[in-house]
Design a protein around this ligand. Structure first.
Ligand SMILES: Nc1nc2c(ncn2[C@@H]2O[C@H](COP(=O)(O)OP(=O)(O)OP(=O)(O)O)[C@@H](O)[C@H]2O)c(=O)[nH]1
Ligand SMILES: [Mg+2]
Length: 307
């Protein structure tokens, strides 16, 4: 099994192997999910131009012969207004607890973290913090220098890297630095594992991404998706998912005139899922009202927002 490796004895192998948790935190919409996907090379996390796209803590595992980097994408930091958002912030809190390296992502033009308590945790962090100044493709040299200076003052303990997660600028360099900082450790997950989430989770998320993209204002935030059936055959995966909304009026909006809006979501989700799973997809979507699920602890638990 170890024949292709440089070292032959298992104990040497153990000694030379690095592994650890690298948790990505920051304000909403700064590009955390884009970065994680860039590291992993797969679209594990959904990405949209809207804030609060990510609601869970999602692991993306990058495996090498002598390393395993376990990245965590987390929801953007906000002051919670309802129960769902409190659960989202619990995911962020948990990301502080097990990190070996913390990635604090900010974007060009940003001046502070929305939540002061989280910011204090970052500046007082005992573990290495890599502060990534993202979206530098949008900035001038002058603005970049100004921002680098600002963050040097604000978080003097952090190593600062200007990056563009979208255009893959400096991403490889940051990854090399992560490897340097990781502790010696055997792998935590099997070496062929890419994430901690099951297939249905990615179906739910892909559908939710299409809802974020196709509907306005409050609608996407009132939506949760649950996949009731995921049936894999040799050449096709048959999926049936329920789109849950909080109110009857929202149900009408999701479905749209003659069902056209919902049809668009189905077509777009199918295309992405075919790419993700590398198989033909048959998808059926339903809409159901699940009254005030965002504030209902039991429902939240059911959807994986565990306390
Ligand atoms: N120009 C530019 N846009 C970027 C870059 N990285 C991310 N974006 C865009 O920023 C938006 C937000 O990206 P996400 O990766 O979803 O951001 P996030 O921090 O995960 O957002 P939340 O999950 O809502 O907290 C999307 O429209 C991305 O395409 C970048 O390096 N440059
Ligand atoms: Mg995200």
């Amino acid at each position: 099994m170890f024949a292709h490796l440089k070292y032959t004895s298992k104990s040497t192998l153990y000694m030379s192997h690095k592994a650890g948790f690298v948790n990505i935190i920051g304000n909403p919409n700064v590009g955390k999910s884009t970065l994680m996907n860039a590291f992993v090379g797969e679209k594990l996390s959904i990405i949209t131009s809207k804030a609060q796209t990510t609601r869970h803590r999602i692991l993306g595992i990058v495996n090498g012969e002598d390393f395993q980097v376990i990245l965590s994408d987390t929801p953007g930091i906000i002051k919670p207004a309802y129960e769902l958002q409190s659960s989202m912030m619990d995911f962020v809190k948990s990301a502080f607890e097990d990190a070996d390296v913390l990635i604090y992502m900010v974007e060009i033009g940003e001046k502070s973290l929305k939540d002061e308590a989280f910011f204090k945790k970052i500046i007082n962090s005992k573990i290495p913090v890599l502060l990534l100044l993202n979206k530098i493709d949008k900035s001038s040299q002058e603005q970049l220098e100004e921002q680098m200076e600002l963050w040097r003052e604000k978080v003097p303990t952090a190593e600062i890297y200007p990056v563009s997660a979208l255009e893959n600028f400096n991403v490889t360099q940051v990854f090399s630095r992560i490897i340097e900082l990781l502790p010696m450790s055997p792998a935590f997950y099997p070496k062929d594992q890419l994430t901690d989430k099951p297939e249905r989770f990615f179906v739910n998320e892909t559908i939710r991404e299409k809802i974020l993209v196709n509907y306005k204002k409050e609608i996407p935030y009132a939506v949760e998706v649950e996949t009731e059936e995921f049936f894999e055959e040799e050449n096709i995966i048959r999926i049936r998912s329920v789109i849950m909304v909080e109110r009857e009026t929202q149900k009408g909006i999701i479905i749209g005139h003659k069902g056209n809006a919902l049809k668009t979501v189905g077509i777009q989700a199918r295309k992405d899922l075919e790419k993700f799973f590398g198989k033909q997809i048959h998808i059926e979507l339903y809409v159901k009202v699940n009254k005030n699920w965002r504030s209902n602890a039991k429902q939240l638990k059911r959807f994986g927002y565990n306390k």
